[in-house]
Design a protein around this ligand. Structure first.
Ligand SMILES: NC(=O)c1ccc[n+]([C@@H]2O[C@H](COP(=O)([O-])OP(=O)(O)OC[C@H]3O[C@@H](n4cnc5c(N)ncnc54)[C@H](O)[C@@H]3O)[C@@H](O)[C@H]2O)c1
Length: 337
């Protein structure tokens, strides 16, 4: 077990890297803990849930909505879960977002932890305390910032992860490298996705490095007043097209990053746009999509990152260095077309 306690402004979180799922019994009391997972993870890993009270939700982004929250809360009431209980989300980002949100509002807040089972959730969604749900095409429109007590990483779950979900996870890994770590970017260029799928030790090290990279940014700015905004690279456009076009989160932010790189070329003199797009494509991610500009602008106008009539947009100056620039919403029309 490789345990590391990381202190954020609001709370400290125990990270259990490379730790067997079986250890969960030592971290929380099984008699007062309810696991939340989705149908796919349940079907593939049912035996691991033996001995745990478990709530299973339908898989996919469509579940990250208030209706699922209501259903789970009704089940918690039926199971007589009181404030001495903990919730543990075992799944991808949909399950960790849902679990963190439900635990934050159920009985005005009960403790929770995460066992992320996708690459995306391991390196990103489970870390940082943002837990929220969607409202129609508006991603993460309702939510809280509240830290989990712990995050347990056991990459055994990745043995069943479909190819497409590896690509989705690499979108966030490439994002981290593009905004904050040029040497990880080069390392990703040296090896392709097949290398990390085959070499689990290297995949585990890359995941841990990325998780710590995100945690370090959140440590400096938990409330997203400045530095944490850089993690939204690719997310402004990405979120605006994700639900509207039924894209996965990784696909949507990959397209968003490619567009932001092109805009960076015009606004910051960024020279690495082709290099970034090549890396995204190498990791089986899309770099363009046709969309209705007016509809996207409408969604952007309700974006949480909006500041007056401008969007705080994340641009690259060079690989490994991102900056925040306000871009008037009216100018977006020009950049998006
Ligand atoms: N809170 C945050 O800071 C944050 C950051 C990034 C992304 N997110 C959110 O995370 C979500 C995306 O996360 P995701 O890509 O993990 O999506 P997901 O939870 O939908 O998982 C993707 C798919 O993989 C399946 N799956 C999960 N683990 C598996 C396993 N081990 N084996 C086989 N199948 C498995 C799921 O059932 C699902 O079909 C989005 O809703 C996004 O908004 C949140």
């Amino acid at each position: 077990m490789n345990k590391k306690n990381i202190r954020f402004a609001s709370a400290s979180v125990d990270f259990y890297f490379g730790t067997s799922f079986g250890t969960l019994k030592q971290i929380v009391d099984p008699s007062r803990t309810i696991l939340i997972t989705d149908q796919n993870v349940w079907d593939l890993h049912q035996k691991r849930f033996r001995g745990w009270k478990t709530i299973v939700v339908p898989p996919g982004e469509a579940s990250k909505v208030q209706a699922t929250v209501d259903t789970v809360i009704n089940q918690l009431i039926q199971m007589a879960a009181d404030r001495t209980y903990s919730l543990v989300g075992v799944g991808g980002g949909v399950v960790t977002d849902l679990t963190g949100y439900i635990a934050s509002v159920y009985m005005r807040g009960i403790p929770f932890g995460f066992v992320p089972t996708t690459v995306l959730a391991l390196v990103d969604a489970s870390i940082g305390g943002k837990n929220g749900i969607d409202v129609g095409a508006y991603k993460n429109m309702v939510g809280v910032i509240r830290q989990p007590r712990f995050i347990l990483q056991d990459i055994i779950f990745l043995n069943t992860l479909p190819q497409k979900e590896w690509a989705n996870g690499f979108a966030e890994i490439i994002k981290h490298a593009a905004i904050a770590n040029a040497s990880v970017f080069r390392y990703l260029e040296e090896h392709g996705p097949a290398y990390f799928q085959k070499h689990k030790k290297e995949a585990c090290a890359l995941i841990q490095k990325n998780a710590l990279l995100k945690a370090a940014i959140v440590q400096k700015d938990e409330e997203e007043r400045s530095l944490r905004k850089l993690l939204n690279f690719g997310h402004t456009l990405g979120h605006a097209i994700e639900n509207a076009y039924g894209l996965s989160h990784g696909e949507a932010i990959s397209i968003g990053m490619a567009k932001a790189a092109d805009i960076s070329s015009q606004l910051t003199g960024f020279k690495g746009s082709s290099r970034l797009k090549e890396l995204l494509q190498r990791y089986h991610l899309p770099v363009s999509h046709s969309f209705n500009t007016d509809a996207v602008i409408r969604i952007l106008s309700a974006d949480k990152k909006k500041d007056g009539n401008a969007i705080n947009y994340i641009l690259l100056e060079k690989i490994g260095k991102a900056v925040i620039r306000p871009i008037p919403i009216v100018d977006f029309q020009k950049y998006l077309s």
